[in-house]
Design a protein around this ligand. Sequence first.
Ligand code: HEC
Length: 125
Amino acid sequence: MKMNISMKMTAIAAAAWFLLLAGASAFAAAAAENYRFYCSQCHGLGGKGDGPNATKNMPVSPRDHTSKYEMEKLTDEDIINVIRDGGAATSKSTLMPPFGRTLTASEITAMKDYLRRLCKCKAQS
Ligand code: HEC
């Protein structure tokens, strides 16, 4: 088949779109994977704050990331800061470790997006 210029442009746009979508979902998959690896011990596999390391003896329970009520109190910045710098740096419990040396800035942003999907919420303005 002979392609005219506009067909070529469409094909290129479609290919670019596909790569964009593939890239975005790769990030989402990586965030879910990172969550399972780094966060689920405390926050639970489903994010309900009920991981195996979360016991009644913990003075503060890990945040329930599926709670719209709790999570909409946090801005996107708050979420990014606490993941990067840990509980102590954000005047929260030191039981929440910092991940700034474990995850890259873009992985932390992808993690914030993942948490927003868990709570199905945005920051309350
Ligand atoms: C060792 C246990 C532990 C691990 C591992 C852990 N957390 Fe936490 N996290 C906590 C605790 C405890 C709190 C509650 C802190 C508070 O309310 O003072 C918390 C709170 C949070 C909050 C809410 C902070 C706020 O201001 O309300 C977010 C967001 C969060 N964690 C994200 C994560 C993410 C993302 C990971 C994995 C990259 C993770 N946590 C790993 C224990 C943990």
